[in-house]
Ligand binder design. Structure first.
Ligand code: PLP
Length: 396
């Protein structure tokens, strides 16, 4: 018999699983090309050629035991040094290899840092809408997720509510910008306010409150939008970075944590994160792809392709009458459902073979998420169906 705690998890997972199965069923019935599956954040852009070439070069040049062997739990020293230098050049920081731990994607990094920080019943604050997996990551370590309700005017963090909800039990705050599911980027003003509130509360309660910045979409921004580098605004910041989206490598499972010297209790947090990487069973991040990303710190997938998709979808959906959150980054469009119950709206969309994710998964009912990391052609062919769906509600 499975553990009691897993029963809800399995039941919850089946919603996404059901959507996946539904997509497959529709594809069999109507043909893959006639099903518009906008449910998954799986990058459609190819990884940069440099990555492929680096993998080939590494296999030809580097000693086999180095490529495929065990290593330090935090990853290859030279890879961490290269990334630290790269970050220092880009953001004016002063990291060293000791500040980095290579992880199994952002998901691995978040689990490692939450295991390192949380005692049972410690609170972790998130701002709705948020990546639904945070619920599970926090539950893994018996923490309590505290959700700040969405500000549906701006989709920026609701600072007043935030200030009210921080308690002596608050151990961490997770933010994700550019955001999944809205594509919104938190600007400098918002970051300053967040930092100010957290500094104040740390003093009032005499506690350490860590800001965890979940950054898989950092490089996916449009119109030269700046994404502030969080460690410069709040000393107690930990970055969970991922190459899944920036280099289109989600299956390779590679990312890193940055724990700056300035983070509270740096030595212990860093040692705990190394131990957590091992005891959670990751042991170390996959070695070949670690070496590959270390060889191409400046590589980037072609964001122009997502930008074209973004413009096409946004322009047409707004023209039909949909209310959309304007995304400055990531590859998601968050759209107001045409009825209060977004599950019923998503069901109606399915009649047109349009698969979208209900906002409740992200703590924001009344909206749906459209992942536009699909081909331009697919978006183009889906547009008449979005128009028909709109007209089903507002035909007069
Ligand atoms: N955080 C957010 C906001 C995401 O959207 C995702 C994946 O979609 C992840 C974390 C997990 O990413 P990774 O593949 O790096 O584990």
């Amino acid at each position: 018999m499975i553990a009691k705690g897993m029963k809800d998890l399995v039941a919850g997972s089946s919603v996404i699983r059901a959507m996946f199965e539904e997509g497959k069923r529709l594809a069999e019935k109507y043909g893959e090309e006639n099903v518009f599956d906008f449910s998954l954040g799986n990058p459609s852009v190819n990884p940069p050629d440099e990555i492929k070439q680096s993998i080939i070069d590494i296999l030809n040049e580097v000693d086999q035991n180095t490529i495929h062997g065990y290593m330090n739990n935090s990853g290859f020293e030279e890879v961490r040094s290269t990334i630290a230098e790269h970050l220092n050049r880009r953001f004016g920081t002063s990291f060293h290899s000791k500040n980095l731990i290579m992880t199994v994607g952002a998901a691995g990094g978040l689990n490692v840092i939450l295991k390192s920080l949380l005692d049972p019943e410690d609170e972790v604050i998130v701002f709705a809408p948020f990546f639904g997996e945070y619920r599970n990551y926090v539950m893994n370590f018996n923490g309590r997720l505290v959700v700040i309700p969405p500000d549906t005017d701006t989709f920026m963090p609701n600072i007043m509510e935030f200030e009210k909800m921080i308690s002596p039990k608050t151990k961490a705050v997770i933010i994700n910008t550019p955001n999944n599911p809205t594509g919104v980027v938190y600007d400098e003003k918002v970051i300053h306010k967040l930092a100010e509130v957290m500094e104040k509360k740390q003093k009032v309660y005499g506690t350490d409150i860590y800001l965890i910045s979940d950054e898989p979409y950092r490089e996916l921004v449009y119109d030269n939008t700046e994404v502030p580098y969080l460690t410069k605004y709040y000393a107690n910041t930990i970055i969970a970075y991922s190459y899944s989206k920036s280099l289109s490598l989600p299956g390779e499972r590679i990312g890193y944590l940055v724990i700056p010297d300035e983070a509270a209790d740096f030595e212990n947090v860093s040692a705990a994160a190394n131990a957590a990487n091992r005891t959670l069973g990751f042991v170390n991040a996959p070695s070949l792809i670690q070496l590959a990303v270390g060889r191409c710190p400046d590589a980037k997938a072609d964001v122009g392709i997502y930008n074209k998709n973004r413009c096409l979808l946004l322009e047409h959906l707004e023209r039909y009458g949909y209310e959309c959150v304007h995304p400055d980054g990531a590859f998601y469009l968050f759209v107001k459902a045409l009825e209060k119950d977004e599950f019923s709206f998503a069901d109606k969309a399915k009649k047109y073979n349009l698969l979208v994710v209900p906002g409740t998964s992200f703590g924001c009912p009344g909206y749906v998420r459209i992942a536009y990391c699909v081909s331009y052609d697919k978006i183009k062919r889906s547009l008449p169906y979005f128009e028909k769906l709109y007209k089903e509600y507002y035909s007069g």
